[in-house]
Design a binder for this molecule. Sequence first.
Ligand SMILES: Cc1cc2nc3c(=O)[nH]c(=O)nc-3n(C[C@H](O)[C@H](O)[C@H](O)COP(=O)(O)OP(=O)(O)OC[C@H]3O[C@@H](n4cnc5c(N)ncnc54)[C@H](O)[C@@H]3O)c2cc1C
Length: 229
Amino acid sequence: METEIKVLDKGFVRLEKYMAEDLDVVNAAKVSFLKRAKTIGEAEICLINFLAENHHTSPFEHTAFKFHVKAPIFIFREWHRHRIASYNEWSARYSELKNEYYIPEPENVRRQIGKPGRYRFELVSHDQAIEFINTLVIACKESFENYQWAIDLGIAKEQARLFLNVNIYSEMIVTLNAHSLMHFIKLRNSPQAQWEIQQYGAALEYFFKEIMPNTYNAFNKFMRNLKNG
Ligand SMILES: Cc1cc2nc3c(=O)[nH]c(=O)nc-3n(C[C@H](O)[C@H](O)[C@H](O)COP(=O)(O)OP(=O)(O)OC[C@H]3O[C@@H](n4cnc5c(N)ncnc54)[C@H](O)[C@@H]3O)c2cc1C
């Protein structure tokens, strides 16, 4: 298994630590009968499927995944809406951020068509994409120059950062259990989510699939496409 996945142009998801395996789900459920399983066989896989199919979600919570994530601030803005997780983020009050901005590839600059909730996206022409990217690069350069100018002037970092754009990179530690992780993957590695956060959702999905393969299968079969839940 990989331990770090590169995401976007400068980001990553790094698995720092985990306490999670399919057996954790099985044994959390089996405690109802004061029983334990030592290995995963057909009966244990059936039990995981039963739990997933019947929304018996608490056995999935006796697990933990700790990730170090580097992502643009606009991604963290969406990510931190997922309240059932623990977060600690790099402080731009205490230290200076780096001159690292997310710049999309020209073949991924999009226009949105349709109504809110039902947008579809099409690529703009290559010329429009290049114009957008060139202007964005200039804006980011100016933004960081102003940030450094303010710091050199003696302005506090917490105010100097007002010059920075939301595509500047930040870093955080996030820890969550498998129930929450499935919920995040369902919502964010989905075509309805912004493409950029989908890439982070896909990285988390890779780790989940590797570490809890039977739970992952049950999630895909019974939980992922549920409208409510
Ligand atoms: C495609 C998409 C578009 C979005 N657009 C917008 C938008 O335009 N504006 C916007 O503000 N947000 C938007 N969001 C964010 C969205 O509303 C949720 O805040 C976010 O997806 C986190 O989901 P959650 O609350 O289910 O997750 P978590 O916060 O991790 O919560 C997990 C579950 O715990 C329970 N829970 C947690 N807290 C509470 C609580 N206080 N009360 C009751 N139950 C609770 C709920 O069952 C919840 O589903 C969007 C999300 C997506 C995926």
